[in-house]
Design a protein around this ligand. Structure first.
Ligand code: SAM
Length: 287
């Protein structure tokens, strides 16, 4: 018998809830998946967990058993009363009704750390898939004082995020993730693990935030701008993409630069490593 499914149905009936498609509400009903998320996150009482999108609180319940503190951020007002009722007895639970994209994570983490009992901050979520990329980029680019990010996301997106730069699944975002974190492929999750079933297969991945970036670059904005421009025209060669995006003034200059860096002028954007892009960025920065 699936008790999580029963609990989910019970809560939805009791609070007159219908899963909202536009808010990406697909609730987890598979305990094995929940255990995989919790176990790979290696949670202790010294951990502060930020959960994005707690929904009915299915995963939250497990996080509260292990963590020193859990702050959950949920946009949907309909979930808020339920979550307040469900976890009112937990003094180490806090609930924020807010759009995750507007949350000041730096402040939230600083305040929690100042209290003194927290060692590590970990972000955990079964993400709303419609805003996966902006959420992931916000969490990485803000360079938060966090140890890891464990998320369930759409499988294809997951594969792109955790690819090694230079592999065929690489996209611009692959390089960003690799710059900030090392990644782990935890578990593929079938549609049946959710209520309602999503249209896509999912994956749990874990990003371990690096203490130091893997490349040395004085201006990372230049590096990421070059990568973004290279992938805007993925089917073109790197040379043509960077000429069209005006990173190189013209084709002659582009050929000269790539040749002086010992790079193939026919190379495609996804074949380069992060270090290759950093080499181009360093060259342009001293020009
Ligand atoms: N954690 C629950 C689970 O695993 O069953 C629910 C996960 S569901 C895929 C995504 C959750 O994110 C929903 O509860 C949804 O309301 C919430 N959500 C959607 N957009 C959000 C936003 N911009 N900020 C915060 N939460 C959001």
């Amino acid at each position: 018998m699936n008790t999580i499914l029963e609990e989910t149905n019970f809560l939805m009936r009791k609070y007159h809830l219908k899963a909202s498609k536009s808010l990406g509400q697909n609730f987890l009903i598979d305990e094995n998946v929940i255990n995989a998320i919790v176990n790979c996150s290696d949670i202790s009482k010294e951990d502060f967990i930020i959960e994005i999108g707690p929904g009915l609180g299915t995963l939250t319940k497990y996080l509260l058993e292990k963590a020193g503190k859990v702050t959950a951020i949920e946009l949907d007002g309909k979930m808020i009363n339920l979550l307040k009722d469900r976890f009112s007895l937990y003094s180490h639970f806090e609930l924020w009704q807010e759009d995750v994209l507007k949350v000041n994570f730096k402040d939230l983490i600083k305040k929690e750390k100042e209290k003194g009992s927290i060692k590590n901050v970990k972000i955990i979520a079964n993400l709303p898939y419609y805003i996966t990329t902006p959420i992931m980029m916000k969490l990485l680019e803000e360079e938060l004082d966090i140890k890891s990010i464990t998320v369930m996301i759409q499988k294809e997106v997951a594969n792109r995020l955790i690819a090694i730069p230079g592999q065929k699944e690489s996209g611009a975002i692959t390089y960003s993730v690799y710059y900030y974190a090392t990644s782990e492929d935890i578990l593929e999750v079938p549609k049946e693990a959710f209520l309602p079933k999503p249209e896509v297969t999912s994956k749990v991945i874990k990003l371990n935030i690096r203490k130091q970036p893997p490349v040395d670059i004085s201006n990372k904005e230049t590096l990421f701008n070059i990568i973004k421009c290279a992938f805007m025209q993925r089917r073109k060669t790197l040379l043509n993409a960077l000429v069209n995006a005006k990173v190189f003034k013209n084709k002659e200059e582009g050929i000269k630069i790539l040749q002086s860096l010992h790079m193939d002028i026919q190379v495609r954007p996804e074949k380069l490593t992060l270090e290759d892009y950093a080499t181009i960025a360093r060259f342009l920065l001293v020009e």
